[in-house]
Write a protein that binds this ligand. Structure first.
Ligand SMILES: [Zn+2]
Length: 182
């Protein structure tokens, strides 16, 4: 907390604020507790989240979970970016529950991120944990850093994707996934 207080004293001074102003007195404390939540992903290990998958020797059909809502902070400007992530994979006999996919997105989004890495980290973790035939992840997000600084318009959306395994070779699987998340 001491370092945190010093950090905010400097911050307020730098932007021309009066750190003793009534409305700001408790701000460092509030930010500290909000950061615990916003950056809670560092304390969780994505691989151990997925280390007890459901086994099912039969299923080798594509599994898709679309429009998983997420909120993250861009590592370049410490400003929010948020949107939706869709995940598809073709199992190799290991399946994972829906809630684990949602939590996987939480773990990686509650860190300082760029959208490209968020997308690939989710795909690579699923490849590693489940050894599926393939994984495809698509993220669509609005970046407040770009909008607030006037570099983008309000409705611009950045789309990133990560394609692994069979999805790379097989255009039909990619098309099937895209059709599902449309
Ligand atoms: Zn940014």
């Amino acid at each position: 907390m001491t370092n945190f207080k010093i950090f905010f004293d400097e911050f307020f001074k730098n932007i021309g604020e009066d750190k003793n102003r009534e409305g700001l007195k408790k701000t460092p404390q509030r930010v500290e507790s909000s950061w615990k939540q916003l950056y809670s992903g560092y304390a969780k290990d994505p691989l151990s989240l997925l280390d007890s998958p459901l086994y099912d020797g039969v299923c080798d059909e594509m599994v898709v979970l679309k429009n998983i809502e997420f909120y993250s902070m861009c590592e370049h400007h410490i400003l929010p970016f948020f949107g939706e992530i869709s995940i598809g994979y073709i199992p190799n006999n290991k399946l994972v529950g829906i809630s684990k996919l949602v939590e996987l997105v939480e773990i990686f989004s509650k860190r300082l991120q760029i959208q490209e890495n968020l997308t690939t980290q989710i795909a690579d973790t699923l490849m590693k944990a489940l050894n599926p035939k393939g994984v495809m992840v698509v993220a669509k997000a609005t970046h407040l850093c770009m909008i607030m600084q006037g570099m983008e318009k309000k409705n611009s959306i950045l789309i990133t994707s990560a394609v692994r395994g069979i999805f790379k070779k097989d255009a039909r699987s990619r098309a099937e996934f895209m059709e599902h998340i449309k």
